[in-house]
Design a protein around this ligand. Structure first.
Ligand code: ADP
Ligand code: MG
Length: 242
């Protein structure tokens, strides 16, 4: 389990005349076990911020710590994070069990430890009866749960979600949202969840980080953000009318 600290985090893409700053000094202290939603319009820098925490994108300035350890220079595999994307790809020829176990097998984990972890994840995600099936024999929601299972079995310190629900229809989105909440209740893993959807943010967040054009406009509970928006942007994007 881990806290996350963002200290004056900056991101610039490109070089020289092509240089474009897309994240302008974001500061946030996230507690161990907290569920944080990063919300803002398309192009505001949400994925970039998340990818820097994951180590998939280099940080141009500032500092990111996970569990009190500065991770700026660490490879993704060294950061103890698991990421759930919008476009999850399962291995079509592998069973549900093997899809969930794959990341552990390549780490050469003992077989009985793998079995224990997959069984535990399958229980939480109600996939226990489906472990022998192939992805094509599953519903969309079940496939989404297998994708989450793959992240859970790694027992990461931090979960990163980049709009994992945006390709789902409304019913499945609501259902998966409940599953993510249940998952967080049961495992208590510190989570950063990116979405452009205000309702999704208000529903899921313990605290929300509202972004606009690379700037953090507000960081607070849904109640604070709704009732006491810190800027006219936040008021029009989320808050109650002035
Ligand atoms: P969001 O996830 O909020 O939609 P992104 O983080 O994807 O926003 O993008 C933020 C800004 O950075 C956008 O202006 C986007 O065009 C730009 N951007 C994203 N990735 C790259 C990249 N690899 N190279 C150059 N610009 C990028
Ligand atoms: Mg994005």
């Amino acid at each position: 389990m881990a806290s996350i600290a963002l200290k004056n985090v900056v991101k610039k893409y490109g070089k020289g005349k092509q240089e474009l700053q897309v994240i302008h000094g974001v500061n946030a202290d996230i507690a161990d076990r907290e569920f944080i939603v990063i919300v803002g319009p398309s192009g505001c820098g949400k994925s970039t911020l998340l990818r820097m925490v994951a180590g998939l994108e280099e940080i141009s300035g500032g500092e990111i710590s996970i569990g009190g350890r500065v991770v700026n220079q660490l490879e993704p595999a060294e950061r103890d994070i698991a990421m759930v994307f919008q476009n999850y790809a399962l291995y079509p020829h592998m069973s549900v069990f093997d899809n969930m176990a794959y990341g552990l097998k390549i780490r050469k984990m003992p077989v009985d430890e793998i079995r224990t972890r997959v069984d535990k994840a399958a229980k939480i995600l109600e996939l226990g009866h489906l472990l022998d099936r192939k992805p094509r024999q599953l519903s969309g929601g079940q496939r989404q749960r297998v994708a989450m299972g793959r992240a859970i079995v790694r027992q990461p310190q931090v979960f990163l979600f980049d709009e994992p629900l945006s390709n789902l229809d409304a019913k499945l989105r609501a259902q998966t949202r409940l599953e993510i909440q249940k998952l967080h209740r049961e495992l208590g893993i510190t989570s950063l969840f990116v979405t452009h959807d205000q309702v999704e943010a208000m529903t899921l967040a313990q605290r929300m980080l509202v972004m606009n054009a690379g700037v953090m406009e507000q960081f607070g509970t849904p109640e604070e953000v709704y009732h006491r928006p810190a800027s006219t942007f936040v008021a029009s994007f989320i808050g109650s009318p002035p």
